[in-house]
Design a protein around this ligand. Structure first.
Ligand SMILES: Nc1ncnc2c1ncn2[C@@H]1O[C@H](COP(=O)(O)OP(=O)(O)O)[C@@H](O)[C@H]1O
Ligand SMILES: [Mg+2]
Length: 279
């Protein structure tokens, strides 16, 4: 299926993954996954540190190479049509990318130039991206003075500058307090409602995903252990069940192994770095 020509990607799923694997040396970070994200969905890729979420995301946004046919974005092959895929994707990595020595507006303007937004449209598109993230009043302050939540929203504003059809966010709320997390989700929801944009987000905060994602995939040790609408996934386990219970039920030993090991040391270090820069 999905032999749709690139130009008619309008009806294709936002993301279609089949039999995807990726190994760092002998270690399979992504160990054979199949996944389909419909256009317009807010889709959550969940799992503990080391599950393979970031690697999956990097394969989708073409920052890591994948075999032809294994990843398609709006019908475009991530291996064969890399530049075309990049043009329809906005990506906010887990590590912070905004420059504290520039104002919010200058940071977004930098991305406008990077993405080749025509000069005549730049000012307005920068202003729109900032206001979509509720940063119009703070726009001319140095980003270094922003709170962690504002910094995250600034990065989202940067990623919106090329009007992506697919917005990919890796741990957008990591290290933020509950209030700031709620604001980030509110903005993501408003954006989707206004533009119909597809949002693919990774998180290890299960409660957030349960609340804000249309569908989720639970991942551990490189595999998808469960996939579906949060309420339907939890329904089988009783009225009080949470996604965390679903995870425990389906990931079983692999999850407790990760709990015991405290995740992956390298990943935790980078998480701490991100969190302390946001704090
Ligand atoms: N650049 C890398 N080099 C070697 N191993 C890596 C690299 N990036 C990730 N890994 C390993 O791949 C696995 C999945 O990592 P990752 O995709 O970052 O998971 P997650 O985002 O779910 O925390 C982990 O075991 C991690 O140590
Ligand atoms: Mg990650």
């Amino acid at each position: 299926m999905s032999e749709e020509p690139a130009a008619e990607g309008g009806t294709a799923p936002a993301v279609e993954i089949s039999g995807l694997r990726y190994a760092f040396g002998a270690r399979a970070a992504v160990d054979g996954i199949d996944l389909r994200v419909a256009a317009g969905e807010v889709f959550g890729l969940l799992g503990p540190n080391g599950a393979g979420k970031t690697t999956t995301i990097r394969l989708i946004v073409t920052l890591l190479p994948c075999p032809p046919g294994s990843v398609r974005v709006f019908g475009l092959d991530a291996a064969r049509e890399r530049m075309a895929v990049r043009r329809c994707v906005g990506y906010v990595p887990q590590q912070l990318s905004a420059d504290g020595a520039l104002t919010g507006r200058q940071n977004v303007a930098l991305f406008a130039r990077l993405y080749g937004v025509p000069r005549a449209e730049r000012e307005e598109r920068v202003a729109r991206s900032l206001s979509a993230m509720g940063l119009e009043e703070a726009a001319d302050r140095l980003a270094g003075t922003y709170s962690g939540g504002m910094m995250r929203r600034l990065e989202l504003a940067q990623a919106l500058i090329n009007r992506p059809r697919l917005l990919v966010l890796d741990e957008p709320t990591i290290g933020l307090d509950p209030m700031a997390r709620a604001v980030v989700w509110e903005r993501i929801g408003a954006l989707r409602a206004e533009t119909g944009m597809t949002v693919l987000v990774t998180t290890h905060y299960m409660d957030e995903a349960e609340q804000h994602c249309d569908r989720v995939a639970l991942m551990s040790l490189g595999r998808i252990r469960a996939l579906g609408v949060p309420a339907e996934l939890t329904a089988g386990l009783g009225p009080e069940a949470s996604l965390e219970d679903v995870f425990r039920a389906c990931a079983g030993d692999s999850l407790s192994f990760l709990d015991a090991a405290g995740g992956d040391a390298r990943d935790i270090r980078s998480t701490r770095r991100t969190a302390s820069r946001l704090g």
